[in-house]
Design a protein around this ligand. Sequence first.
Ligand SMILES: Cc1cc2nc3c(=O)[nH]c(=O)nc-3n(C[C@H](O)[C@H](O)[C@H](O)COP(=O)(O)O)c2cc1C
Length: 175
Amino acid sequence: MRILIAYYTQTGNTEQIARTIHKGISDAHTATILKNDALDTISFGNFDLVFIGSPCHAGTISEPVRRVLTSLPDKPYFQLAGFITHASAAYSKSDYEQCMIYLDSLCKKKRITYHGCFECQGKLAPQLHDFIKKSKKISDDEWNRMVAEMNEHPGADDERNAMNFARDVIARTDT
Ligand SMILES: Cc1cc2nc3c(=O)[nH]c(=O)nc-3n(C[C@H](O)[C@H](O)[C@H](O)COP(=O)(O)O)c2cc1C
């Protein structure tokens, strides 16, 4: 099976999950992995299964990934699965849910066979800390607890879950 793992990342969390998926399937499959600017240069049509990864940005999927997805043809041969990283401890669960709804609706609209989406929390870029903390109007202690929680992700459990997700998707695609 020809597998592509394509993702956008700014600060490395989504990349960590992409590499984990790559590693997790490499015993049985060879996959192409690429990111960021390379997203605009590759044809998904050369693959049977595409894992597409994105951070959650401003309550939805990142713009570079949205651009690639909206340019996909209707009813393509390849099948799709997603992976999203987010900072829901500091933002809101509904943000990454929105990313998942976006992927689901896009696949329905374009009649792409879709295998669901993995999500996990990531660290929040330090330059956003002051801005987000102020917007939440919370104490330093509460904020420090949130940051500590986010800094543990993606962790070993997230990596294990991502690998299991990818293997399940492949098992379903193979049959
Ligand atoms: C510009 C920007 C906007 C973000 N907006 C959200 C958001 O709306 N909701 C959320 O849960 N996380 C948000 N985040 C946090 C990222 O989704 C999270 O840190 C993600 O793991 C980053 O992935 P990356 O390291 O692959 O870039 C935002 C981060 C950035 C840099």
